[in-house]
Structures are given as C-alpha cells and as structure tokens.
Design a protein around this ligand. Structure first.
Ligand code: GDP
Length: 464
C-alpha cells in the first residue's frame, strides 16, 4: 500500500538456528532485494539461491534463499521479500545492517507486519487474534482453537449474523426513506421476525459456558488448605508427573505460585497459595521468634487469600493431612463445596491401614495421596483430566468466543436487538439496529456503512 514505509525484521526467534528468516514488507522491498544482490526481476513466489551482498562493501554476507511475494498476494498485502539465511546471529546482524542502510527502510515495530495485514484487509481482528493465539498456544486443544479462529471461523459466524442484520436494517431504512415506494408495507414487521430469530441465536451462543475463553486462558485449579499440609509438595509432584509447560519459580513478591500443565491436550493452570508464608517469613521486619499471635494472623491471612483464589478457580484441590482425617479443621470444611476435590496428603505417614475408607466426602471426590512418595497421584491426575476434558472438550464445531471483548460486543449487540424489538417508533428502532450491527462489526473490526448501502441497493431495486 502506498504511503507506507518499508519495514524489515527477523521473523524467526533470535539466537542460533539452522535457518533464520528476515522479512521485508513495503514498496521498497524489490529495490532492497536487488541492492543486496537478489534478482532484479524476481519471479513471484519462487525461491532463488542468491549470494547476499552488503551494498556498501560488496562483501558476501551469506548464501541465502530468497522468496518474492508481489502485492497483493502476500501476508501483509504489500510487496514482501523473505531472506532465508543461515541462522547465525552474526549473519543475521549483517543482513539487518545492510537493510538498515537502504533508503526508506526501517526496522519493523512489534506486530507491524500483522498490523499491515489487517490494514490491507488480509486478516480481520479475530483472525489477527487467532494468529497471536496460535503462536502462543501451549497445548493441542489451544492450537486447534487458535487455528480455527485464524482461518476465519469466528469471522464467518459474526459476519453472517451481521449481514442478516444488515438485510433487516435495509428493510427498516426503506420503510423510513421511501414510504411512498412500491415496497412491502410490512418491512418493519418482517425485520422484527428476522431480528427475533437472530437474537435467539445470539442469546443461545452467549448462554454457552465460556469454553473458548477458558481454553485460551487455561482451566484454573487452585490448591488450598492449611499451611504445612503439603500443598507446594503436591503442586511440584503433579507438575513433575505431567508435562509442566511453564514452571514459574516462587518470586519473593508473589503470593501465588503457578504451573501450567498439559492435561490430555488441555491447558491447566495449577496455583498454590503457599508462597504467602515464605513471603511474610522473608521480610526483614519478621521477629526472630514470632509469637503465637503472629503465626495465627499469618495463617488466617493465608487462608483468606487462598479462599479468594479458590473462589475464582474452576476447581479447587482442598488439601488436608491424612492424619487429621476424618476430623477436619472447620476452616478446611468451609472450603468443601461443589468445585472441590478433597486430597488427603501424607498417606505415607498414615497408620497401618492407610485408607480413608471412602472415595467421597460430603458428595465430593476424595483422594488419599503421598506427595512425597507419589502414591495415589496417578488416580488424582486421571480424575482431573476427566474433569477438564469434560468441561473443555465439548466445544463441537461451532467457533468459540475466545476473548472477553467478543462476548462484550455480542452482549451489546443482543441488548441493541432487544431495544429494537421493544421500540415503538421506526426511526428509533432503526437506530438501535444500527448500534447492534456496529457492535457485531467491532468483533471483526469491519465497521463501515458501505456494506449497508450495498445491501439496500441490492435487495431493493428502487431504480430512481
Ligand atoms: P504447604 O505449606 O501446605 O505448602 O506444605 P509443604 O508442601 O511446604 O510441606 C510441608 C512439609 O510437609 C514439608 O516438610 C514437606 O516435606 C512435608 N510433606 C509434604 N508432603 C508430604 C508427604 O506426602 N509425606 C510426608 N511424609 N511429608 C510431606
């Protein structure tokens, strides 16, 4: 697109690698390509082997593959050239320096290639988000969802809704603008039928559990319980058994430690609140010998924070010491609700029988484990995997709303449709419908009135 600078950047991860890809996008791409020794008249979408040269010294930088994507058939919609270099940091640096020395070229800002793809209509907002999610995906289910969104599943759904609403609006507009024309007199009523049908579809969509967002953000499991029952040990033991994607070490200022697990292809964030005590214990103000009151206060605060964390979690593992079973502390009892799984830890310290004698407690699943020895962890993990798969694995083929902003926009749209249906006057109704359409358009980032004009003139051959 004219008026844009030409940008360049290393598009593969920095560091040493077999190959490193440097991408150039913009009107100066072809000139830059030939200045560095590439073909003057490159063949579209063909790879050529080139001795890349520094334009100043004429020294060969690398023998590289060069690809040329003339606009508009490129990722950004602009002229794009790609250099596939050998992935040594010095090679890459020399190539980037050579490009920086070219007139009209500058290093790209973060996300600028994708921004240009959006500006040039190559990707809409949901596709941009899908691409970002695909790159960030940590599990198979996340990858599948992101790929679906990047390939336009969510856009197709919302665009379909939007076009149907535009058709309804066209009828309402016509009823306002051309009252004397030979139009169906019941245009507004027909529009209401259409809108009602669509509003029901949208409400149903909004009524589904927010699987898409959970899949993107991870299923949240909080580990709660009194201090010293083995919460951190349990977190570590579970993380070691499964593929722990990211193990964040306890920072001194954090009061929650998290690990990201891959359970059956689904992302799970396992959070432990045990850091709280370490954090407080580590502060310089701590008296050498804390009195009983201080410890009590710390524990109460710990439980309070644990409870807060647990409230926002999808599931909580309530941990208690096996040796206290079945006389659980009232604080622990209070944590057992419909999202709880009770874990009795330190089974290895249990008296000889070593069985809780039940697999449920107050209607909730009960597991006896030893975080230290690993006993019982397999059964607990199987259970968690079943729960997560059951909750997240039912998305079917309909595209998911993966971000709060999708949900908000859809709610706004639904509210506009409600107002439209309740409106007593046609001009007001039309305005509510326009607002609802705008809200939908914000999901894909395609909000313009040209579409509306197209629909009006296509569907109603007014002919004057
Ligand atoms: P938290 O305060 O609840 O996070 O508890 P920790 O994980 O820090 O564990 C408290 C103490 O219990 C530590 O000394 C652990 O080594 C010990 N511990 C944790 N799990 C087990 C277990 O399964 N068996 C035994 N014998 N000790 C354990």
């Amino acid at each position: 697109m004219t008026g844009y600078d030409t940008i360049f950047a290393l598009s593969t991860a920095p560091g040493r690698s077999g190959i490193a890809v440097v991408r150039i996008s913009g009107p100066g791409s072809r000139a830059a390509l030939s200045a560095l020794g590439g073909p003057g008249d490159p063949k579209a979408r063909h790879a050529s082997l080139v001795d890349l040269k520094s334009p100043e010294e004429g020294e060969t930088i690398d023998r590289a593959l060069v690809l040329w994507f003339p606009r508009p058939h490129s990722f950004t919609g602009e002229d794009v050239a790609e250099f596939h270099l050998h992935g040594g940091p010095v090679v890459v640096r020399a190539a980037l320096e050579a490009l920086a020395g070219q007139d009209g070229l500058r290093p790209a800002e973060p996300g600028e290639f994708t921004r240009r793809a959006f500006d040039n209509g190559k990707l809409d907002l949901t596709e941009v988000e899908g691409l970002a999610d695909l790159i960030a995906a940590e599990t198979e289910a996340q990858r599948r969802q992101a790929l679906r969104q990047m390939r336009g599943a969510l856009s197709a759904l919302t665009e379909d809704w939007r076009h149907r609403l535009l058709a309804a609006l066209a009828q309402v507009e016509a009823a306002i603008d051309f009252p004397d024309e030979d139009l169906p007199p019941d245009g507004w009523i027909q529009a209401k039928d259409l809108v009602l049908e669509l509003k029901n579809d949208i409400s149903q969509y909004l009524g589904q559990s927010p699987i898409g967002e959970r899949l993107r953000d991870g299923y949240q499991i909080a580990i709660v319980g009194a201090p010293n029952v083995g919460k951190s040990s349990l977190l570590n033991a579970l993380a070691r058994r499964e593929a722990a994607i990211v193990a964040e070490t306890a920072g001194t200022t954090r009061d929650v430690i998290e690990v990201h697990l891959d359970l059956g292809g689904y992302p799970v964030t396992l959070a432990d609140t045990a850091g709280l005590r370490e954090e407080i214990d580590g502060t310089p103000e701590r008296p050498e010998q804390p009195d009983a009151d201080t410890i009590g206060a710390v524990e109460i605060e710990g439980m309070r924070r644990a409870r807060l964390r647990a409230e926002s979690a999808d599931l909580k593992l309530v941990v208690a010491d096996f040796r206290d079973w079945p006389n659980l502390d009232p604080g622990v009892e209070a944590l057992i609700d419909e999202t709880a799984v009770l874990v009795l830890n330190k089974l290895d310290l249990a008296p000889v029988s070593g069985s809780p004698g039940a697999d449920r407690y107050r209607g909730r699943p009960l597991f006896a484990v030893s975080a230290r020895e690993g006993t019982g962890l397999g059964g607990l993990l199987d259970h968690l995997r079943d729960l997560v798969t059951g909750d997240l694995g039912v998305s079917g083929s309909a595209p998911s709303l993966t971000r709060v902003r999708h949900r908000r926009a859809l709610e706004e749209c639904r509210d506009g449709l409600d107002r439209f249906l309740a409106a007593a006057e046609v001009a007001l109704a039309a305005e509510d419908l326009r607002l609802a359409i705008r809200a939908l358009g914000r999901i894909t980032g395609r909000v313009d009135v040209e579409d509306l004009l197209d629909v009006i003139f296509k569907d109603f051959c007014i002919g004057k």
